[in-house]
Design a protein around this ligand. Structure first.
Ligand code: PA5
Length: 439
C-alpha cells in the first residue's frame, strides 16, 4: 500500500500543454515558500504542522479530557474557518450513526455556523437538562453568527449548571489580544487557546481551532498532525501536480471543479475544501468555482448534468483505498432481486466498480477526471490531505494571479446586514440602504 496520497492526472490532461505550466507552478511555489507574495503575512500555516510541540498538544489533550469527563455534549461554536475544519475531520473519522448511539464521551455538536432560529431552538432543547460545555471559536471575536449562539448557550449553561461549572467548561479559542471574545474570556476567567495572527481561518484546522474539538470528539490529534507533517516535508509532487492540472484545465475553459467522493464520511471534507478554494481563489472576477458531490448518491441527481450538461466542468475524485469494515453481499437461493451475480463480493468492490465506471463515462462525456488517492480514511491520511490541499491552494492561487490569503468579498453582506439591523456605527449605511429599498 502506498503510504501517501497521490494525484493522478492522466485522465484529465489529454491534449493539454501542461509543460508550459510547470515553470509557473515552480515559480508560484517559490513565491509561497519564500514569503515574497501577496498575503505573505498569513503564511503561518506553511510550517505549522512541524512546529506544533509537545506542550501545545498536551494542553489541548488536557483541556479535551476535562470536557470529556464533565460533559455529555460539547457545543462547538464558530463559522467558516472556525467551524468547517473540525466538522470535516470529526465527520470523516466518526461512526456514521454516532448521533444515535451511546458513546464513551461527549457528543460534539455545532452552533454559530448559521442564524437558523429553529436550529438554535432544537439544539437548546437537546442540551436542556444535560451537562454541556462550550468551545467558542472566533479569530476576530466579533462575528455575528457565533456571537449570537454564544450569548444564548452561555446564559443557558450558567442558569442550568451554575457559574462555576460554566466557567470551567467554557473554552475560548481566539486572537491573543484583540476582539470582543478575548475581552469577554479574560473578564469571565475562561481557559483560552490562541489562533496565531498569521494563520487565516480557512487554514486554521491544525491550530486549536480544529485540534481541540477533534480531541474532544475522541480522535488522535497526534496522528492527524503527524500526517500533515509528512506532507509538509515530502508532499511537493502531488501539490504541484494538482496545482498544475487545475490551472491547465481552467485555462482550457473548465470553470467549475467538482470534488467527488464515493465515501459518505468525506462529505464535510468537501465542504471544508470548498471554503478553502472558494475564499482563496474567487477574486478579481477570476477563479475556479468549487462544487462537490457525494457519489454514488448524487449520480442519481447530478449525474445527468455532469455527463451531458455544459462542458465547463472537471471532476476531482478523492479515491479511498481501504474501508474500515467489510460487509459481504449474501447469496439468496431465490435471487428474486437478481443480485446473485455479485453475491460473495464485499460492498466496497461494487463501489469501486461504480467509481471506475463513472470515471470512464465522465471522461468519455468530456469531463476531465483528476484522482486524488488516499490509502484509507484515518487521522494520518486526513492530516496528509489537509496539508496537501492547503499548500496546493497557495500554489494554485499564486498561479492564478490572486492573493490566496485574503477574503475582502466576505464583508459585503455583513455591511448590508449591519445596516439593516441598525447596528450602532452604521447609521449612514442604514440611511442609504433604506433609500435603496424604497426604489
Ligand atoms: O476563513 C476565514 O477567514 C473566514 O471563513 C472566517 O473563519 C469566518 O468568517 C469566521 O471568522 P472568525 O473566526 O473571525 O469568527
Amino acid at each position: 500500500m502506498n503510504e501517501k496520497i497521490q494525484v493522478i492526472s492522466k485522465y484529465a490532461l489529454q491534449g493539454l500543454d501542461v509543460q508550459s505550466l510547470n515553470d509557473a507552478a515552480l515559480a508560484a511555489k517559490q513565491v509561497l515558500e519564500s514569503g515574497s507574495g501577496e498575503g505573505n503575512d498569513f503564511l503561518g500555516w506553511l510550517h505549522l504542522p512541524s512546529s506544533i510541540d509537545e506542550p501545545q498538544l498536551q494542553a489541548i489533550e488536557k483541556c479535551a479530557a476535562q470536557l470529556r469527563q464533565e460533559c455529555e455534549y460539547v457545543i462547538t461554536i464558530g463559522i467558516g474557518g472556525s467551524y468547517l475544519g473540525a466538522k470535516a475531520v470529526i465527520e470523516a473519522l466518526s461512526d456514521h450513526f454516532a448521533a444515535y448511539k451511546s458513546a464513551n464521551g461527549p457528543k460534539v455538536v455545532f452552533a454559530g455556523n448559521n442564524i437558523g432560529e429553529d436550529y438554535l431552538y432544537d439544539l437548546m432543547d437537546l442540551v436542556r437538562g444535560h451537562k454541556f460545555g462550550i468551545i467558542v471559536i472566533s479569530k476576530s471575536g466579533t462575528t455575528t453568527e457565533p456571537a449570537i449562539a454564544f450569548r444564548l448557550f452561555k446564559e443557558m449553561l450558567e442558569q442550568q449548571e451554575g457559574k462555576e461549572f460554566a466557567q470551567r467548561n467554557i473554552i475560548a479559542v481566539t486572537d491573543a489580544r484583540r476582539g470582543a471574545l478575548r475581552g469577554l474570556a479574560t473578564q469571565e476567567g475562561y481557559a483560552t487557546f490562541v489562533i496565531p495572527d498569521d494563520v487565516g481561518g480557512r487554514f486554521s484546522v491544525l491550530t486549536p481551532v480544529g485540534l481541540l474539538p477533534i480531541a474532544v470528539a475522541g480522535f488522535d490529534i497526534r496522528s492527524l498532525v503527524a500526517g500533515a507533517v509528512e506532507m509538509e516535508q515530502d508532499g511537493d509532487e502531488p501539490v504541484l501536480n494538482y496545482a498544475i492540472a487545475r490551472n491547465a484545465l481552467y485555462q482550457d475553459g473548465k470553470k467549475i471543479e467538482i470534488l467527488a467522493n464515493f465515501t459518505p464520511r468525506l462529505h464535510f471534507l468537501a465542504e471544508w475544501w470548498k471554503q478553502l478554494y472558494g475564499e482563496s481563489e474567487g477574486k478579481d472576477h477570476k477563479g475556479i468555482f468549487p462544487a462537490s458531490v457525494d457519489f454514488t448518491t448524487d449520480l442519481h441527481s447530478m449525474g445527468q448534468m455532469i455527463q451531458d450538461g455544459e462542458r465547463t466542468i472537471f471532476e476531482t475524485v478523492i479515491s479511498v483505498g481501504d474501508q474500515q469494515h467489510e460487509v459481504i453481499i449474501p447469496n439468496d437461493d431465490d435471487d428474486l432481486d437478481g443480485l446473485n451475480y455479485i453475491a460473495g463480493k464485499n460492498v466496497d468492490y461494487v463501489n469501486k466498480m461504480a467509481e471506475l465506471g463513472t470515471r470512464l463515462a465522465h471522461v468519455d462525456g468530456g469531463v476531465p477526471n483528476l484522482i486524488i488517492t488516499i490509502p484509507a480514511v484515518n487521522e494520518r491520511f486526513i492530516g496528509q490531505l489537509i496539508y496537501f490541499f492547503e499548500k496546493a491552494c497557495g500554489v494554485s492561487g499564486y498561479m492564478l494571479g490572486v492573493n490566496p490569503f485574503n477574503q475582502p468579498g466576505v464583508e459585503a453582506y455583513k455591511k448590508n446586514m449591519f445596516a439593516l439591523l441598525e447596528k450602532p456605527g452604521h447609521e449612514e449605511a442604514t440611511k442609504a440602504i433604506k433609500e435603496k429599498l424604497k426604489q
